[in-house]
Design a protein around this ligand. Structure first.
Ligand code: F6R
Length: 607
């Protein structure tokens, strides 16, 4: 959350910062700002609202110069407003700071600084940083930053510029991600790689407890004691066009439509001569064969993927599997047994709660295998092994393609363990892989005609509440369908296991509340039919997601969205598609900015 950028070089700094912020806007978009130094003088421009507001303002009165820092905010302390937007400055307005993270002891620091005469203008935790640096500026900017961060408790990635040393950006990190992009006679800083891609693919990743001094020609990384740290630059393979919206109105729709090709690509790279391979996994078969218990921890959509994976891991690999949301897992003192493997699932690889869950597990000597999308992320780097989901950059804040990519990766991993444990026969694995290979074609077919989904969106977009029901392996999709809808359309929606519905929530049924029932032909189909009838008997509006040609479901539903038939264990990869599209079309019909829903940010790097 919050995106920060920095630039020093010969290009027009306003534009470089704006382009970077545009690519980071998914991290927060309630306000934004930049600060630059032009002919020795610091200037700041900040605006409430989306980046467009800042852009419009800078079009009229650009700041200019060759060095600057920028920020796009997701509010934690203090409401979204111009005064709370970053960059923040010291009393003399000679230095400016952008920050991503949370300063936990800001209240004590603020009181101390106010007592010393510092004047604060915002309600943010961040503003203590420029004032603290101001206190030590007599020692030079680098040392002043080092002393200031030495007093801060909490998480931060910060960029600092000062009129006094106007040729350099000082960067410091603890707990929040930051990378340095290396150019020729120019250098960049950003919260993630996407922001520097238009300029360079050579990057340095800053680690916790490090400070970097960046000028036009040099980048020096030091530890908090001031000793130089040598770090090899890495070259990233991602290209600028990977994060282009193309002809799509929203990234979310583009990403939904990318799913068939994506799944095909994952299958092709994971299957070699009929065998499942995980080249980057870094955990030996000898170790994996000893695993008796799996603990999955993740947040949001990634948690839902973990819930689906539990069915596969228990069924195919016969390994007892628990699934927890990371924010609960990290505080419940989980029991560690030597034969436990942790699966941490995260698209961004930066989610603070999931990272804390990993650290909790590792402190108890549990090995951690992460299922991540962003390869150079903190979670990827801190895990014992990784399975990249290979979904490519996901820009839409509501996760779609990362979910299906996670499902495919987890499905293959469950089959891999099943083969290792001799708990699933070879010919069954082959049949299952054939079923998986059919999925891209089925999804492509479904995407060609979205008429039934659009019809439902047009009919129900004005409802206040939605309920999503599913059973067995499709229960997590009920949660996922409800999450997608509430995130981008702001309609209250709740997901429930259909069999549990009668134990209370059925009281919510009335003639206006749509109940989306996920009912593919699987072993729980007869039970699901009964649950749908229970809703119908109470005059609920039933939208069923059912297998192509299922007249029985059609007969008891108000609307049916047919999905193509597939092997029942992998039906969540198919049934999620209409749920993603339903949320999308409803949000578009309501006129919302689908890619940037209110109050949300793509990567949640605070607790
Ligand atoms: C939902 C969504 C969030 C994320 C959650 C975890 O559409 O995007 O619920 O799934 O914040 O994020 P990652 O997977 O990056 O750890």
């Amino acid at each position: 959350m919050c995106g920060i950028v920095g630039y020093v070089g010969n290009k027009f700094v306003d534009s470089v910062l704006l382009v970077g912020l545009e690519r980071l806007e998914y991290r927060g978009y309630d306000s934004s700002g930049i600060a630059t130094i032009n002919t020795g003088e610091l200037s700041v421009c900040k605006k409430k609202g989306k980046l467009k507001m800042l852009n419009d303002c800078l079009k009229e009165t650009g700041l200019g110069g060759n060095i600057g820092i920028g920020h796009t905010r997701w509010a934690t302390h203090g409401e979204p407003s111009e005064k709370n937007a970053h960059p923040h400055t010291d009393c003399g307005k000679h230095l400016a700071v952008v920050h991503n993270g949370i300063i936990e002891n800001y209240q004590q620091l603020k009181e101390r600084l106010i007592a010393k005469g510092h004047i604060f203008e915002s309600e943010t935790d961040t503003e203590v940083i420029p004032h603290l640096i101001e206190e030590y500026l007599y020692e030079g900017l680098e040392n002043a930053v080092r002393k200031a961060v030495g007093e801060i408790k909490g998480s931060y990635a910060i960029c600092v510029i000062s009129e006094k040393e106007s040729d350099k950006i000082i960067v410091a990190k603890n707990g929040s991600p930051i990378i340095i992009g290396l150019g020729k006679n120019e250098n960049f800083v950003a919260s993630d790689i996407t922001a520097v891609l238009p300029h360079t693919r050579d990057i340095l990743i800053l680690e916790d407890g490090e400070i970097a001094v960046i000028t036009e020609k040099t980048t020096v990384i030091k530890n908090l004691q001031g000793a130089v740290v040598s770090r090899q630059a890495e070259s990233v393979s991602m290209k600028a066009q990977d994060i282009d919206k193309g002809d799509y109105k929203f990234f979310m729709l583009k990403e939904i439509c990318e799913q068939p090709a994506l799944i095909e690509g994952i299958i092709n790279s994971r299957l070699k001569n009929g065998l499942i391979v995980f080249d980057e996994m870094n955990l030996s078969n000898k170790y994996l064969a000893r695993v008796k218990r799996i603990v999955i921890q993740a947040c949001g959509t990634s948690w839902h993927a973990g819930m689906v994976a539990k069915y596969w891991l228990e069924k195919y690999a016969h390994i007892h599997t628990e699934v927890d949301v990371s924010s609960e897992f990290r505080y419940r003192n989980p029991i560690a047994e030597g034969d436990t493997l942790m699966l941490a699932i995260s698209q961004s690889g930066e989610t603070a709660d999931t990272l804390a869950g990993i650290r909790e597990g590792k402190s108890k000597f549990i090995k951690v295998l992460s299922i991540v999308n962003v390869m150079k992320s903190t979670i990827a780097r801190e895990s014992d092994g990784i399975i990249p989901i290979m979904a490519g950059p996901e820009i839409g804040v509501a996760s779609t393609k990362a979910y299906t990519a996670q499902l495919v990766a987890l499905y293959l991993f469950a089959l891999y363990l099943g083969r290792l444990n001799y708990t699933i026969p070879e010919d069954e694995i082959k049949t299952k892989l054939d079923g998986l290979k059919a999925i891209p074609g089925l999804l492509n077919g479904f995407l060609k005609s979205q008429d039934t989904v659009i019809k439902c969106a047009n009919e129900y977009f004005d409802r206040k509440n939605f309920i999503f029901l599913g059973r067995g392996i499709n229960f997590p999709n009920a949660l996922e369908g409800a999450l997608k809808l509430k995130e981008i359309s702001y309609i209250h929606s709740t997901g429930y296991p259909a069999g549990e519905f009668k134990h209370g929530p059925i009281a919510l049924i009335n003639e206006t509340t749509p109940v989306v029932c996920i009912a593919p032909k699987d072993e729980l189909y007869p039970k699901m039919v009964s649950n749908i009838q229970e809703v119908g008997a109470r005059k609920g509006r039933i939208i069923s997601v059912a297998t192509e040609g299922d007249d029985r479901i059609a007969g008891i539903s108000s609307n049916v969205i047919f999905v193509p038939e597939c092997q029942e264990d992998i039906s969540p990869m198919v049934t999620v598609l209409p749920l993603q599209l339903l949320a999308y079309h409803i949000a578009v019909k309501l006129g919302y900015d689908v890619d940037k829903p209110r109050n949300l940010a793509k990567s949640v790097t605070v607790e």
